[in-house]
Design a binder for this molecule. Structure first.
Ligand code: 4AD
Ligand code: MG
Length: 430
């Protein structure tokens, strides 16, 4: 019977066939250990000289890394491995003998690995990170579906920018000018007025000249938007959502967290409610921590965010930033118009901002004013204004950056390892 490695536990003591690649091997005169992978998992194959034909044993000893094959043998328990099972090989049928494989079990430099990303993805660590990414996506759909959100897909080609005009990728749209979406938010606001609670999940693009551990040119965002929901209510949904995905990763990615040597005690702490600190208090905190030159009105850089996050064990919301440094659509605090009803969620351990969110302006006149201030009065915004003309309601939303969240929960240093084919400043290959 043909099975996958993920099904091994259901076939104890049975003889099965698995299509697999050779990840690594060790052998002596009498026994060969094959590290097999089939995409669903990793498992050891044991080839004992005295139990197979001479031809099979010689074949096993000479297999090259990444050779593809059908392996037949008996599944047995193996208490020494984290996976718990191995296959006692009786037959090997080579499908394709791999040429000299560039990525060996030895250390390689980052640029070399990035140039071989199409192959690097096969390695155990990269596999673990992608499985965690998949779990976050799976549990995201589950969370929002269970909470009555409707999945809505905003367009990727667009005529309107949500997050400022300096970081847009321009493209021709026949005779018109179009951009690749920076955020689906404006469309999600329209969707919330039609469906109440909505969420999107899709790629977004920013022509940012930033070369940091946290920035990708193409990244994926989850963007919920909710009618009749104010800023504080939105924060509660955010903390519940983030706690939910962290718990799902803890529950369903034990092997992967183990491969990545993630300190799971840190992840156990991710439970709602999360602390909140106002921008004003954050400035004071930074001054106490020795950041003497930060002034009220300035945006935080990653050293500031890290310093603030270090003050708390859990992710922390920094709330009510100055209106000046935030997007045009954020609703001013009714008690103090110099700050807006917004929050950034900062992850612990230096992973930075993973969510940006706010209550949106629902008043037509104020929105017009903010448009003019930002020089955004082009025809593409007509439809967005109309949302404030026909039954405008208080509404809030947020965007969670998937790759930063994967980096944080997996404990990997750089977002380039959290997306299958990263688009970075100066990298479009492979
Ligand atoms: O804070 P941002 O820019 O917010 C928005 O785009 C809102 N329109 C979202 C909304 O309210 N619907 O981006 C949201 C999140 C950030 O917190 C960060 O996690 C991630 O997107 N992000 C990036 N991730 C990787 N590379 C980049 N260049 C990113 N820019 C933002
Ligand atoms: Mg932001």
């Amino acid at each position: 019977m043909k099975i996958t490695i993920s099904q091994a536990s259901k076939h104890k003591e049975q003889t099965v066939t698995i299509g697999a690649w050779l990840a690594n091997k060790r052998s002596s005169g009498k026994i060969a250990f094959l590290q097999l992978r089939d995409g669903t998992g990793f498992m050891q194959g044991v080839v004992v000289k005295s139990e197979v034909s001479e031809e099979t044993f010689n074949l096993a000893k000479n297999l090259t890394q990444e050779t593809s094959m059908y392996i037949t043998g008996k599944i047995v328990e193996d208490t020494r491995s984290a996976f718990g099972y191995e296959i006692q090989v009786s037959e090997i049928e080579v499908i394709h003998e791999a040429a000299d494989y560039p990525i060996t079990p030895k250390e390689h430099g980052t640029e070399f690995l990035m140039d071989h990303r199409h192959l690097w993805l096969r390695s155990k660590k990269q596999h673990a990170v992608m499985k965690i990414r998949n779990e976050i996506i799976r549990s995201t759909y589950k969370f929002f579906n269970e909470n009555d959100f409707v999945k809505i897909d905003p367009p990727i080609l667009t005529g309107s920018s949500a997050e400022g005009t300096t970081e847009l990728f321009h493209t021709k749209y026949f005779d018109e000018e179009a951009y690749l979406s920076q955020s689906g938010q404006l469309y999600m606001e329209a969707a919330a007025m039609a469906f109440g609670k909505v969420f999107s999940f899709g790629p977004t693009f920013r022509a940012e000249k930033s070369k940091t551990r946290r920035h990708l040119i193409e990244f994926w965002m989850i963007e919920p938007e909710m009618a009749f929901v104010n800023h504080e209510e939105s924060l509660q949904i955010q903390e519940n959502y983030v706690s939910y995905i962290a718990q799902s990763v803890l529950d369903n990615c034990k092997l992967e967290l183990d491969v990545l040597e993630r300190d799971t005690s840190k992840l156990e702490l991710i439970k709602a409610p999360f602390p909140r600190i106002s921008y004003d208090d954050a400035i004071e905190l930074l001054k106490k921590k020795g950041f003497d030159d930060i002034e009220w009105g300035e945006d935080f850089g990653s050293p500031h965010e890290t310093a603030i996050a270090e003050h708390f064990e859990k992710p922390v919301f920094i709330t009510n930033y100055p209106a000046e440094i935030k997007a045009f659509y954020m609703k001013p605090d009714p008690e103090r118009s110099d700050v807006v009803l917004c929050a950034d969620l900062i992850a612990p351990e230096g992973y930075g901002e993973i969510i940006g969110g706010s209550q949106r302006i629902d008043d037509l006149e104020l929105m017009k004013e903010r448009y003019d201030q930002h020089g955004l009065n082009g025809p593409a915004y007509k439809w967005y204004m109309e949302l404030r003309q026909y039954g405008s309601v208080p509404h809030s939303g947020f965007g969670l950056g998937l790759e930063r969240t994967v980096a944080w929960l997996s404990g990997v240093d750089h977002v380039r390892e959290t997306i299958p084919f990263p688009r970075l400043l100066n990298r479009l290959y492979p």
